[in-house]
Design a protein. Structure first.
Length: 484
């Protein structure tokens, strides 16, 4: 008997057990239960849902097995037997319902997502690239929403845990999905592609990130293009034609690739030109569609600032054309996109404007953010922190960013973190007389300075860029500055 308050998945407990292997202990009444959800967070469990108990760095999910059964879970997937859980987590054996014992709960999660994806008859767009994945995802989802009911990746759910959880959120009412796919090493994208099986593959660019494992841009290209490994047989590929590495990918599985960009590459089917900046508040541009020998134009409003956002909008237009949207629908979808917190998110305070771009950082995205800050018509302050996973050239890359900031009319540059000492030294050396450069060895030192004398460091009326790798925890800087 189906309940009206739950949207069920096209997945049964028996299918899950077959996907994962392992040892199934099932109550007779539960054998034909249709699953309502698959989660690893016990707080998200629903009646007839499946809870995958995982062992994380800080929390052992097995501690919550008793709670999820109380909330109506139909099945628990576990790496430990009931007897082990009773001994280690104080959950009595008598509290258990149906369960499946597996060797690795995270692998089970991926196995379930892979099987579930094969039951879905909707177009899935997979997005990867060194920079701009999340913004491009927002543009693509916004454009497709003009025709379809769309599910998209939320937050930072773009890795081997987040991607299966995203796929498992797709329901019968969804007509398309947009899935962000992030990696840091070879083989990861192959595994993600096996789950996602994208109908449309999008690569935003090949930049300098995750060099610790991937070594060179050619290595990054090799790793990112693993997204094609399990692409749908009739799938389409949309690539940034402004990227020299991606320009070389002319065909995938015997089919021509589709290029988007700014008109700088002759093969671009969708490109934007006549770009008129509106500063921090976006750009106007003309979008060109060159398809089947015919050209169509559409004047568009890109609500997020920077030329790179215009390229992201062109990517969305390229995908939209592959999935049957007309140019008017594409134009409307682009105009409605909003920034995501932590990624070029503009925050207007009474005393200043913040550019919250503190989710992640690499040399390419740092320079793009500095370019964005330079558009402000106020005093400009850049709070820049360490970039991680840059490999053996990390020092020179930090120095490169520091010099870049100093040469782009930024009034004050605050370098924060151990690696950013190289950024500070290069900025100091390259700074014109008008630029002031300061160094804080730790995040705590910066926060103390801001709390002791805010107006000294953040004068009224200024615009402040806040950017570093996620591990620097620069959201604390945003929160501090928002406490006016």
């Amino acid at each position: 008997m189906f309940r009206k308050d739950v949207t069920f998945m096209n997945l049964s407990i028996r299918q899950i057990a077959d996907a994962c292997g392992g040892r199934l202990v099932i109550k007779k009444a539960a054998q034909e239960v249709q699953v309502s959800c698959v989660v690893i967070d016990s707080r998200q469990i629903e009646t007839d849902g499946v809870f995958v108990a995982t062992v994380g760095e800080r929390v052992d999910g097995h501690k919550f097995i008793g709670q999820v059964y109380e909330k109506g879970a139909a099945l628990v997937i576990t790496e430990k037997t009931p007897e082990q859980v009773e001994k280690e987590c104080d959950v009595p054996v008598t509290a258990w319902g149906s369960y499946l014992v597996v060797e690795n709960s995270f692998q089970a999660l991926k196995d379930i997502a892979e099987v579930y994806r094969k039951t879905l008859d909707i177009p899935v767009v997979g997005i990867t690239g060194s920079v701009g994945k999340t913004s491009t995802k927002e543009f693509i989802a916004g454009v497709l929403a003009e025709k379809y009911t769309v599910l998209k990746t939320e937050g930072n759910y773009n890795n081997e845990i987040g991607v299966p959880l995203t796929l498992l959120r797709i329901r019968e009412n969804h007509q398309a999905a947009v899935v962000e796919m992030g990696i840091s090493d070879f083989g990861e994208m192959h595994r993600l592609s096996k789950m996602v099986r994208p109908n449309v593959c999008v690569i935003t660019n090949i930049g300098q990130c995750h060099l610790e494992n991937l070594k060179t841009r050619d290595g990054i290209l090799q790793a990112k293009t693993e997204i094609f490994d399990f692409m749908a047989p009739d799938g389409e590929v949309c690539l940034n034609g402004e990227d020299d590495k991606l320009q070389t990918v002319e065909q995938v599985h015997g089919k021509q690739t589709h290029f988007f960009g700014l008109g700088g590459f002759s093969g671009e089917e969708v490109y934007a030109d006549n770009i008129r900046s509106k500063g921090l508040w976006g750009s106007d541009a003309t979008l060109h569609f060159v398809l089947n020998g015919l050209e169509e134009r559409e004047d568009i409003q890109v609500p997020l600032p920077g030329v790179h956002m215009v390229i992201n909008a062109a990517a969305a237009a390229c995908v939209g054309k592959q999935l049957g949207l007309n140019s008017q629908q594409i134009k409307e979808g682009i105009s409605k996109v909003a920034a995501v917190a932590g990624r070029n998110h503009l925050i207007r305070l009474e005393s200043s404007t913040l550019i919250d771009d503190c989710y992640n950082a690499n040399p390419v995205s740092m320079k793009a953010a500095i370019d964005l800050l330079s558009m402000a018509d106020t005093e400009k302050i850049a709070i820049l922190g360490d970039m991680f996973e840059l490999g053996e050239n990390s020092d020179s890359m930090h120095a490169e960013v520091g010099a870049y900031a100093a040469k782009h009319e930024i009034d004050k540059i605050y370098c924060v973190g151990t690696n950013s000492g190289h950024m500070y030294e290069a900025a100091l050396k390259a700074a014109e007389q008008t630029a002031q450069v300061f160094y804080f060895e730790t995040l705590e030192a910066l926060l103390d300075a801001l709390k002791q004398n805010r107006e000294k460091w953040i004068p009224k009326g200024c615009t402040v860029l806040i950017k570093a790798s996620h591990g620097m925890k620069f959201t604390q800087v945003v929160d501090c500055l928002k406490e006016e």
